[in-house]
Write a protein that binds this ligand. Structure first.
Ligand code: GLN
Length: 487
């Protein structure tokens, strides 16, 4: 953003962005209509909402930070935007991000990188891909920001910038109007300075109860009722809670100060009365590989529609037969990281590689979900409880496993292994190194479980660290309640 560009929001006169240098908003010369429909929800409170630019809004362009969508203006808005407007939201702007959500530092953007509001001498990474949303709430430009989290894109920027970042249970929030990256993983969630306003939206306005018939993965009303009935209604006393510390997350690459902050948080919860127990999630170490196979495979399919005909900007010289037209539109329209994912995904779905990559990754995904289900006190409401057949030796081992680890309410881990890096370091390193930053966030993404990153501090570091809480499917309200206690 040039410092001369201003942006206006509904009900206020022109005002300058608090920090134009963070590059966290895009297309800020647009404004909301002067008289948006009044909030229709019985419990509506006015608040300012920033929306990640892969979530459709009718009044602002929706470009996913990609040149291929540079002239895209959605004719409709995403369900979640309408739902929040009904609850009192005013959209203050669209936020910068990694192109189509692919990245961990919000640097893969046609608008240039997002810069963390915590930067002092040198620009720091705001995390990605919802980095613009994280910075918007931390600077006070919005009360709540919408983000999307496929493999960590809400939690990671929250961790780097000191925000609270919440990824809901898969199937809770409608994806209608959200531009798909990897649709079996894509989840719409929220960032804010504190957990409270997000929790209030669930508890006071029942956001978790609304099914959307326009999203086939939005849980039906009946399933929602069944899932809600399976979860305890309230968090209860700390002394009744057990928190698991997943030992596989204590990796050699973990920054010692983050390890210290993690241990301190566990000790603080123990002092409040909770039981802290180590747990094992053995398939965790395969999660990152499985995620990058599955996410790229789905991306290659989801992004096929941007061909310069149905969607996407058409090249200048395309012939009518389509060959040059497709390659030109896609060649010029996608950035290098998106092209890399499309190529990787197309390969892993090809007949020669399918069995070794895509199918294996799906199997790993299932093992990861089973690891979580074994340690949680609550059954996963989406699946039948495990039936053990004692005549079968393997099943006996399973039973041992189910009985073995303590049954926990939540899991506590760091959100990221490292503090926010300098942007100059990020830009000079390979994509593979950015993928490493997702190591703690992808397991719960693959399992579709609710997770929240809560900011914390250690005395020796000027930068915040993120602590991640993971809960059983649909246990979101208790999870956010726990996030509040962790602060
Ligand atoms: N960094 C991960 C990726 O690039 C996660 C992105 C996301 O959650 N949207 O795929």
């Amino acid at each position: 953003l040039s410092s001369r560009r201003r942006y206006r929001s509904y009900g206020t006169s022109q005002r300058r962005l608090k920090s134009a240098s963070c590059n966290h908003f895009v297309n800020c010369d647009r404004i909301e209509p002067s008289s948006p429909a009044p909030p229709s929800h019985p419990i509506a409170k006015p608040f300012r909402l920033a929306v990640k630019d892969n979530i459709a809004t009718a009044e602002f362009p929706t470009q996913c930070a990609s040149p291929i969508l540079r002239s895209h203006q959605s004719p409709y808005e995403a369900t979640i935007v309408s739902q929040l407007r009904a609850r009192g939201a005013t959209v203050v702007g669209k936020t910068n991000m990694d192109e189509f959500g692919m990245g961990s530092h919000s640097t893969n953007s046609m608008h240039g990188p997002v810069i963390s509001q915590l930067s002092t001498d040198e620009p720091l990474s705001a995390g990605g891909s919802s980095g613009g949303s994280a910075v918007a709430v931390m600077l006070g430009d919005a009360d709540i920001a919408l983000g999307t989290d496929t493999g960590g894109s809400i939690r990671l920027p929250a961790s780097y910038t000191g925000a609270v970042g919440y990824r809901p249970s898969y199937g809770m929030i409608s994806r209608y109007g959200v531009f798909a990256y990897a649709n079996s993983l894509d989840t719409v969630g929220m960032l804010a300075k504190e957990a409270k306003p997000i929790l209030d939206l669930l508890v006071d306005t029942n956001l978790d109860e609304e099914h959307d018939a326009r999203d086939p993965t939005s849980l039906s009303a009946a399933s929602r009722r069944r899932c809600a009935a399976a979860c305890p209604p309230a968090l209860g006393a700390m002394s009744s809670l057990t928190i698991g510390i997943p030992v596989e997350y204590n990796i050699a690459e973990l920054d010692p100060l983050i390890r210290k902050g993690w241990a301190a948080a566990a000790t603080a919860l123990e002092k409040l009365g909770a039981s802290i127990v180590p747990v094992s999630l053995p398939s965790t170490k395969e999660a990152l590989c499985a995620y990058y196979v599955l996410a790229a495979a789905e991306a290659s399919s989801n992004l096929a529609k941007y061909d310069g005909v149905r969607y996407g900007v058409r090249g200048e010289y395309g012939d009518a037969q389509g060959h040059t037209l497709y390659s030109e539109a896609r060649g010029a329209g996608f950035g290098p990281e998106v092209k890399r994912r499309i190529l990787l995904g197309t390969y892993s779905l090809s007949s020669e590689a399918m069995d070794n990559y895509f199918i294996q990754a799906q199997k790993v995904r299932r093992l990861i979900r089973q690891d979580f289900d074994k340690v949680f006190r609550l059954e996963n409401p989406l699946y039948e409880p495990t039936q053990f057949d004692l005549s079968d030796m393997d099943a006996e081992t399973d039973l041992q496993d189910k009985k073995g680890p303590p049954q926990v309410d939540f899991l506590l881990s760091p959100t990221t292994p490292l503090f926010a890096p300098k942007l100059s370091n990020v830009l000079s390193k390979s994509s593979l190194e950015a993928y490493m930053g997702d190591v703690f966030t992808v397991p719960s993404s693959l399992a579709g479980l609710p997770s929240v990153s809560v900011p914390s501090r250690v005395a020796e570091s000027a930068l915040p660290l993120g602590l991640q809480l993971i809960g059983q499917h649909w246990d979101d309200k208790r999870l956010l309640g726990m996030a509040e206690r962790l602060k």
